[in-house]
Ligand binder design. Structure first.
Ligand SMILES: [Zn+2]
Ligand SMILES: [Zn+2]
Length: 255
C-alpha cells in the first residue's frame, strides 16, 4: 500500500491553483490558499482579509486560516467584502455545518472577528495601505482591488473578463506601478473564457497595450492545464514585456 500526504509542492509550485496575495505581510487579498501555507505565527500577522468574490479558489482557505489564527482574547481579524460575498460566507461556509459560525460566536463573546461590508469605489486604509475595490466583470459579483501606500499603487484584477470600467478606473490611478491581471486561458479556449468570465492571452495583451509603459502588467490566475500554452502566447504577443507572476516569490515595488 502506498500513501502520500499531498502538499502544494511536488514540482508544481509554479502553478496557481488557488488565489491569495499577501501585502506587506499583514493584509491578504483573497483567501484561496490563505491558511494553507506559512507558519501559524506568519499567518497571525494578517489582520485584514479582502475578498474579491465568492468562488472557492478565492475563499476556500478562509475557514482554515481563521481556525488557525483566531484568538478569543487577542487580535481581531477583519474580513472585508461586498454584502453579497459576506452573505455567501455566512450562509454557505460559516453555517454551523461546513464550519462553525465564527461570526455569531464572535458577536456573543469577546469580539475576535469582524465583517466589513464594502462598496465599490470606497477606500479604507489599513496597515498603511489605502485599499479600494473597483469594478470587475465576472460571472458572480466581483471586485478588483487597488492597494496604494501613498507612493506606489498596485492593482489586483483576478477573475475578470474584459471590462471597460476596470480599464478606465486603472487609467485614473496615480502612481500605478503594477497591474496583476487575469490571464486564465489561451486563445484556443476563447469560448470557455467568455462563458466563465475570464480573459484570454489576447484580452490580456489588449489591456497591457492600453496602459502607460511604466505600468507592469503581470499575468495571474493562469489555469494550470493551459500554463505552457498561455506562456508561449504571452511571449509571442508581448515579447520581453510578458510577465508572469510566480507563486511563492516576493515582489517589491518602490517609488
Ligand atoms: Zn471566479
Ligand atoms: Zn478564480
Amino acid at each position: 500500500m502506498k500513501l502520500r500526504l499531498l502538499s502544494p509542492g511536488g514540482g508544481t509550485e509554479f502553478l496557481q491553483y488557488l488565489t491569495s496575495y499577501i501585502l506587506n505581510e499583514s493584509v491578504a487579498i483573497d483567501a484561496g490558499s490563505l491558511g494553507l501555507s506559512g507558519t501559524p505565527l506568519e499567518q497571525a500577522k494578517i489582520d485584514h482579509v479582502f475578498i474579491t468574490h465568492s468562488h472557492l479558489d478565492h475563499v476556500g482557505g478562509l475557514p482554515i486560516f481563521l481556525d488557525t489564527v483566531l484568538d478569543l482574547g487577542g487580535e481581531t481579524v477583519s474580513v472585508h467584502a461586498s454584502e453579497w460575498v459576506l452573505d455567501c460566507l455566512k450562509r454557505d461556509i460559516f453555517n454551523d455545518r461546513l464550519m462553525p459560525d465564527f461570526f455569531r460566536i464572535s458577536e456573543q463573546g469577546p469580539v475576535f472577528l469582524k465583517f466589513h461590508p464594502q462598496i465599490i469605489g470606497q477606500s479604507i486604509t489599513v496597515a498603511g495601505l489605502r485599499i479600494t475595490p473597483i469594478a470587475a466583470n465576472h460571472v458572480v459579483p466581483t471586485v478588483a482591488y487597488v492597494a496604494d501606500d501613498g507612493k506606489v499603487a498596485v492593482a489586483i484584477a483576478t477573475d475578470t473578463a474584459p471590462c471597460e470600467n476596470l480599464l478606465s478606473d486603472l487609467k485614473k490611478i496615480p502612481h500605478l506601478r503594477a497591474l496583476l491581471l487575469d490571464c486564465s486561458f489561451p486563445r484556443s479556449q476563447k469560448e470557455l473564457a467568455k462563458i466563465s468570465g475570464h480573459m484570454t492571452t489576447d484580452d490580456f495583451a489588449a489591456v497591457a497595450r492600453q496602459l502607460e509603459p511604466g505600468v507592469e502588467v503581470w499575468a495571474i490566475h493562469i489555469k494550470p492545464r493551459f500554463h505552457a500554452e498561455v506562456i508561449a502566447e504571452l511571449k509571442e504577443l508581448l515579447g520581453d514585456c510578458a510577465r508572469v507572476l510566480a507563486p511563492g516569490q516576493d515582489y517589491f515595488w518602490v517609488e
